[in-house]
Ligand binder design. Structure first.
Ligand SMILES: [Mg+2]
Length: 298
């Protein structure tokens, strides 16, 4: 898989702030408590909702200590859910990939923005076919709609799943098609960037906001920080009070903002994701997106 553009933290943060008006609003705590990791605060929670990239893995590698931490949380009876904006592959493949990294998640413990979008596509376009912007190997068999890789053919809507094969030329083609005929654009990964071994890759959300700016259209986003993703996470944690659930993530504008909107407590993980190598205080004060807790790693 190749990603055509790599970006830096400051630019990604500035872009998140520039599109803030397209994101939900939330109330935040007045300050952040530093902690050594999730085990230190585990007594305060019955469930942990975990972001994936920057918390469990970077690119295709597990973050050291993450597998052991989750094993200990499970041993203490905590519910674990992965809530990821990864939409490049099916849940079956996601679970298999987690297994290969050492994580033992059951299929119903993984909520991906791909599934959040797939279950709601009919609300956006009751009838018609979707042109997918997706990883070349994607087969869409898990999506209950007519979806095919887009290569210029006539479609009724665009479905952004992955930026693995997306570059400026392909985006320009999508833009031209939408100028010719307006139609729904669904974004199944609202992230602007994702931490890879080589740096921050630009993700579907980045390109969709570009289209929104250029064409004055309103793409429909599924995934964090939007409430659709948190509805699906909550549906796996029925009976648990939101304040006994911790949303754990590396990104203020997706994980921490979305977690706060959902009424969860929030934990920012600093050292492996968007803010790796940066002091987070400036980003927190500039955005006003304040996590309840902050730790270097889980
Ligand atoms: Mg992340």
């Amino acid at each position: 898989m190749s990603y055509s553009e790599i970006w830096d933290t400051q630019d990604a943060f500035d872009r998140y702030e520039a599109i803030r008006h397209r994101m939900p609003r939330a109330a935040f705590p007045s300050g952040t408590t530093q902690c050594s990791g999730l085990l230190e605060i585990a007594d305060m929670f019955d469930a942990f909702v975990l972001d994936s990239f920057g918390v469990l893995n970077v690119g295709e590698a597990a973050i050291p200590g993450a597998v052991a931490c989750l094993e200990q949380l499970r041993a203490r009876g905590k519910h674990l859910i992965v809530l990821t904006n990864a939409a490049s592959y099916t849940r079956e493949t996601a679970v298999r990939r987690y297994r290969a990294l050492g994580f033992d998640f059951a299929p119903d413990e993984v909520v991906s923005s791909r599934d959040v979008a797939a279950s709601r596509l009919k609300e956006v376009l009751p009838v018609g076919n979707w042109g997918a912007i997706a990883a070349p190997e994607d087969r869409f068999t898990d999506i209950p709609a007519k979806v095919e890789h887009w290569s210029g053919q006539e479609v009724d809507g665009f479905l952004f799943l992955s930026s693995a094969a997306l570059d400026a030329d392909l985006l320009a083609s999508v833009s031209t098609a939408i100028r010719h005929r307006k139609r729904p654009v669904v974004v199944a990964n609202p992230d602007l960037v994702a931490p890879r071994e080589t740096g921050l890759s630009k993700e579907p959300g980045y390109y969709a906001h570009q289209l929104a700016d250029d064409l004055t259209i309103a793409p429909v986003y599924f995934g964090k920080p939007y409430t659709n993703a948190f509805e699906d996470a909550k549906s796996r944690l029925t009976g648990i009070h939101p304040q006994r659930i911790a949303m754990v993530g590396d990104t203020l504008h997706t994980d921490i903002l979305g977690g706060a909107v959902a009424g969860f407590k929030t934990v920012l993980v600093r050292d492996h994701g968007l803010f790796a190598g940066h002091a987070t205080e400036t980003f927190i004060s500039r955005s006003g997106i304040v996590p309840d807790f902050s730790c270097a790693g889980i």
